[in-house]
Design a protein around this ligand. Structure first.
Ligand code: FAD
Length: 288
């Protein structure tokens, strides 16, 4: 069982718990992005098992008729074993997400996001995204990272494709020759990339950030260009801001919802990355 302090950041261990979390969010105007925790499998069996779990999940999303999509990690569905394993499992998930069993009353299948991992995975991930974006007429999305120097150029390729693109600052410690290291430089890159997206994209812009300055920047760009966009934040992080934004007319809000039995390392990462999260955890432990 997930202890109460961790359940602030993780929706539960089962898909049922995650879907119940989505239902409660939907009631407050926020949609869900479900992520089964797991990554860097070196053997085929767990990669295939997680892909199977996503195949079941896209059907369950349609059955429950909740406003939700899924987000998968390439190393979770086999990239460390081989590009072919990743591609095969991704194709299975995308196919299931667009099959009649996963198609909601509005006739569209379940949307599939592909998270972005370290720079060695960027090309294979973008190539896979491109194939599925074209084949599904835009029912997939991909994440790109503002800390990578290549991202501004990658956005020019992505601008011509259907689907959605989530811009994040980047969670991986990348080599200095390939990435911006200073926070201020990463923020500047984020602003530039976002400005380009609002100019060049017709839609499908996702602001994956908790940073009030980046969200304000997106609001200003929307006022200038009118391009539709969404904001995505994690479960347990600035949730009151998520609900406040969802009450506004001009933006859709999604919560990225991790769940599953491998919750401990994810929870530990959230605690380490921010002092306020660590204090929150400490208070919960001392209070018990
Ligand atoms: P930061 O630069 O960390 O913080 C800026 C400001 O935001 C802070 O000063 C504070 O005001 C506010 N803030 C941030 N965190 C908190 C908090 N815990 N509580 C209160 N205020 C806070 N990275 C990848 O590399 N690949 C991915 O596929 C990926 N997917 C993601 C999906 C989503 C939906 C999100 C939200 C992030 C994702 N990330 C991903 C992580 C991302 O790259 C960043 O590491 C992470 O979001 C931290 O950057 P930030 O923009 O939120 O703000």
């Amino acid at each position: 069982m997930i202890p109460p302090i961790a359940s602030n950041f993780v929706a539960g261990e089962t898909p049922e718990a995650a879907l119940a979390h989505v239902e409660a969010l939907n009631d407050r105007g926020v949609a869900g992005i479900l992520n089964l925790l797991g990554e860097h499998y070196e053997e085929r069996a767990p990669a295939d098992a997680d892909a199977d779990a996503y195949v079941d999940l896209v059907g369950a999303i349609a059955d429950r008729d909740v406003d939700a999509c899924v987000s998968v990690k390439s190393s979770q569905i086999g990239l460390d074993i081989g590009d072919d394993v990743f591609e095969e499992n991704l194709a299975r998930i995308v196919e299931a997400a667009n099959a009649p069993a996963a198609t909601g009353p509005d006739g569209t299948g379940t949307f599939v996001w592909i998270d972005m991992e370290d720079h060695e995975t960027t090309d294979v991930t973008l190539d896979a995204f491109e194939r599925h974006a074209v084949a599904t007429d835009g029912n997939v999305g991909v994440c790109v990272q503002a800390n990578l120097k290549r991202t501004r150029d990658d956005l020019e390729r992505l601008a011509d494709l259907p689907g959605k693109v989530r811009l994040v600052k980047g969670a991986y410690d990348e080599p200095a020759e390939l990435s911006y290291k200073e926070k201020a430089r990463v923020d500047e890159s984020y602003r530039d990339c976002l400005a380009y997206m609002f100019e060049a994209f017709e839609g499908g812009i996702a602001v994956g950030s908790h940073d009030p300055a980046m969200i304000e920047h997106a609001k200003e760009l929307y006022a200038e260009h009118g391009t539709p966009y969404e904001v995505q934040m994690l479960t347990g992080v600035r949730e009151s801001a998520q609900f406040e934004l969802a009450a506004e007319d001009d933006v859709e809000v999604y919560q990225y919802i991790p769940y599953g039995s491998k919750w401990f390392s994810y929870f530990y990462r959230r605690i380490r990355e921010r002092k306020s999260n660590a204090l929150f955890a400490l208070r919960a432990v001392v209070g018990n």
